[in-house]
Design a protein around this ligand. Structure first.
Ligand code: ATP
Ligand code: FE
Length: 368
């Protein structure tokens, strides 16, 4: 059984063909990162136009590389939620045309469900497990109990960690630093933090008084920006030209992000243990999303998982970020269980906002 996966929820146009075992037969990915780095953020209409220009070629390439004719596909899986409306629309429109033309079943995919399940394509990981997803658009903790069965323990109340790091990087004009010119904000901060003193700027860890599993990064970004402004004023220099302490700011900001994520994960582990939500045999935390490629954050989480007797699994960076492979894998998992598979002629709409699973955030808070 072969599944074609298509992803266009944000700024990556991705497609891949997988077989039932999770072997990647062929894939193609067009990233818009360079364009958005230059404009200082994603402009939805630009993202939409780029998806429109590339989707046909990307899907064609994935099929050619896998040497699979559309007639051999068992189904097509496509991200339909959550994400940028204009971007989701292009992938969905293309897919619905494609499945009708080739008379194939359609499997609508939740982008975060796909992020959470990717690890199972790489190694056997049994349900249930705890998952922490951290990216440019999301921050969430959930218990994965089955392919389409999630308990949402916490989510971002304002902005996501990747978004906050990207904004700090922009405020510091890191794109002008020679080593950072092609890096995303988060990558630039990680690189600069290597030579920084994380204790130099003791930013407050967000939501220190709230014992739930929700996240907040806007206040931290504000604290960092105030520090940058103060330093620029002290040195009497123009905005975005600070050089003297960028490493220390990067290290301190990264440390505070890591600390917030680690504390929330610890809280989630305690909640899961108290409510018997994880197996006693080899309980697992899966870490994924673009921010998960940060080594400092991974290490901080290892401290928590080691202390609580859980194992931490993190897919390689390539599988933490957006691509067609994870969508195809989600399709494989759903096809296996016969969940959410639609005939080609059913009209499906996209949903820019869509929570993952059953919302348990209030229960987590009440149990504090
Ligand atoms: P989503 O999955 O939420 O729809 P996205 O497209 O932003 O959104 P990803 O491609 O998974 O998701 O992640 C990109 C984000 O990850 C960016 O904000 C980027 O700054 C951040 N990021 C990438 N590498 C690192 C790193 N090494 N350290 C910290 N952040 C990083
Ligand atoms: Fe993503």
């Amino acid at each position: 059984r072969l599944v074609l996966g298509i992803e266009t929820s944000c700024d990556d146009t991705g497609a891949a063909v997988l077989d039932e075992t999770g072997e990647i037969l062929g894939e193609s990915l067009h990233s818009q990162k360079d364009v958005h780095l230059r404009t200082g953020g994603i402009i939805p209409t630009v993202a939409q136009q780029l998806h429109r220009e590339h989707i046909e070629r990307v899907v064609q390439e994935a099929l050619e590389r896998s040497d699979v004719d559309p007639s051999r596909l068992s189904a097509v899986a496509t991200t339909v939620k959550p994400g940028l409306a204009l971007s989701l629309g292009i992938g969905l429109e293309f897919s619905q045309k494609f499945v009708r033309q080739h008379n194939k079943p359609f499997i609508p995919i939740h982008h975060m469900e796909a992020h959470a399940l990717t690890v199972r394509m790489l190694q056997p990981v049994a349900f249930p497990f705890l998952v922490l997803l951290v990216s440019g658009g999301h921050s969430l903790l959930a218990v994965a109990r089955g392919v389409d069965d999630f308990l949402l323990l916490g989510h971002a109340l304002d902005e996501a960690p990747g978004d906050a790091l990207d904004k700090v990087a922009r405020r510091l004009s890191l794109i002008k630093h020679p080593q950072c010119s092609t890096l995303s904000g988060g990558q630039a901060i990680e690189l600069l933090a290597e030579d920084g003193d994380r204790t130099r700027f003791p930013f407050r860890t967000p939501m220190g008084q709230t014992y739930d599993c929700c996240f907040s990064f806007a206040g931290l970004r504000n604290q960092v920006n105030m520090t940058i402004m103060k330093k620029e004023a002290e040195e009497g220099i123009e905005q975005g030209t600070l050089l003297s302490c960028v490493n220390d700011i990067a290290a301190s900001a990264q440390h505070t992000v890591a600390s917030h994520l680690a504390k929330r994960t610890h809280r989630a582990i305690l909640f899961c243990k108290a409510n018997g939500l994880l197996p006693s045999d080899s309980p697992t935390v899966v870490l994924s999303g673009g921010v998960a490629s940060n080594q400092y954050i991974r290490k901080s989480l290892t401290i928590i998982t080691d202390a609580t007797g859980l194992r931490l699994l993190c897919p390689p960076a390539k599988f933490c970020t957006d691509n067609g492979v994870m969508i195809a894998w989600n399709g494989v998992e759903r096809l296996r269980e016969g969940k959410g598979i639609l005939p080609p002629d059913v009209d499906v709409s996209y949903e820019p906002k869509a929570r993952l699973g059953v919302d348990m955030t209030a229960e987590v808070k009440a149990a504090a």
